[in-house]
Design a protein around this ligand. Sequence first.
Ligand code: MN3
Length: 166
Amino acid sequence: MFKLPALPYDYQSLGQNMSAETLIYHHDKHHQAYVDKLNIALESSPELQGMPLDYLLSTGVVLPDAAKKAIINNGGGHYNHSLFWLCISPDGGGEPSGSVADIINNKYGSYQNFIEEFSSKALSVFGSGWVWLLPNGDIITTSNQDTPITLGLDAPILCLDVWEHA
Ligand code: MN3
């Protein structure tokens, strides 16, 4: 059974950037629903239940036709949100260092250029989806809960959950 990961910070700790109400809704309700629906989708496939999530969603696993869409959509929702909670933090902000800084500077020349490119790609998402930074420096977007690893790409290192305001 897949489980909702605990948030690595308090619901109140993001202050003005994200309210406790939004975090509770997004984590406890929205992300939990993906986990619950993923577990339901795997009920008739015991051989898939113990797989690591990133392997389950990779191109290396043949999923049963009847449950494939539900596994990819809800497994993607679980994978994407699990990474997203790690991409925001009360102690975050500022420029990255180490290997992430190298990836960004090699590809975009500066952190500022990267931010502009990442923001512009995020704004290009129609409806809801995600924007990703991949280990090769590419910035890509996906729709709904599609995830880079299901497309055969390497595991992303940064993501942003994008949705349209009504
Ligand atoms: Mn979301």
